[in-house]
Design a protein around this ligand. Structure first.
Ligand SMILES: [Zn+2]
Length: 278
């Protein structure tokens, strides 16, 4: 399942293909949107954006009809494909939504949650209404995330489960969860209410730093310096990608303690018992 940084990279690809360009035609598979194909054709795509794991494609206003946003959430199955306009991808998947510009086509396959909404009504889409602050797509700094961590609503929930809750902070998935807790030096079973101010600050900084780093480094959360060193030692991509995630049985980079693996909220979590004391 893609995490926030992967969705954002996908959105960058879609934006590169269609943003700032006129949609020559638009396709919807769902009958209820068919009438809007001709209403959107010829309009400019003004922006392609992500919120959590949702993808938003904005079309400008035309005549006295205001702007539109096509909201889509891929769930587990949806897949975007970008091609040249004339190319028809070979696939058995069901085409659900497509935008054709003069040179490019952006096609969304298999996704079932597609909605057409006015941009000013986006916050009423249930998924978005329930989404926590999104550090990657809303450019939030550590201070904003720290405020969230200090919110009494979340004080008594274990961080191992809480960090996967998109209503707490948007965009964190399974590998980021382990990496964030490791960098912050916090055990997975601590709760926000257990953390002193320094620990809250460390956690907020780790959230922002790692989400940004994973986006910039295409899913790699290890520090650029360590990645370079491991590369020189001949380590493969999978062996240099993360600090603790997927490294059970191996030595912690910081203290040489053996990294351990457990399941928290039904997903695997990795930690160093020395660097993240109970
Ligand atoms: Zn350690």
């Amino acid at each position: 399942m893609p995490e926030g940084p992967e969705i954002r990279r996908m959105v960058d690809d879609i934006a590169k293909a269609v943003s700032g360009r006129d949609a020559q035609s638009v396709f919807f598979a769902f009958e209820r949107f068919k009438g809007l194909e001709s209403a959107l054709a010829g309009r400019r795509v003004t922006e392609v954006a992500a919120r959590g794991k949702a993808v938003l494609v904005f079309f400008d206003a035309r005549g006295d009809d205001g702007p539109w946003c096509v909201y889509s959430h891929n769930q587990l199955y949806g897949k975007w494909r970008i091609t040249r306009a004339q190319t028809v991808p070979k696939t058995n998947r069901q085409l659900r939504f497509a935008i054709f510009t003069q040179n490019k086509a952006a096609r969304l396959y298999s996704a079932s949650d597609i909605r057409l909404v006015r941009p000013d009504a986006l916050d009423q889409v249930p998924y978005i209404a329930n989404l926590g602050p999104d550090p990657l797509n809303q450019n939030l700094d550590a201070a904003a995330i720290r405020e969230r961590i200090a919110d009494p609503t979340f004080a008594r929930r274990g961080l191992g489960g809480l960090l996967l809750d998109q209503g707490f902070i948007a965009g964190i998935g399974n590998y980021l969860r382990s990496e964030i807790l490791y960098v912050a030096g916090i055990a997975y079973d601590k709760r926000p209410g257990d953390l002193d101010e320094n620990a809250q600050q460390a956690l907020a900084e780790a959230v922002v730093t790692l989400i940004q780093r994973a986006y910039a480094q295409k899913g790699v959360t290890n520090t650029p310096e360590r990645v370079a060193r491991l590369k020189q030692q001949g380590k493969r991509f999978g062996a240099r990608r993360h600090m603790v995630f997927g490294r059970d049985g191996q030595a912690c980079y910081g203290c040489s303690t053996t990294i351990e693996r457990i399941n928290v909220a039904s997903r695997r979590l990795y930690y160093c018992s020395y660097c993240q004391p109970a």
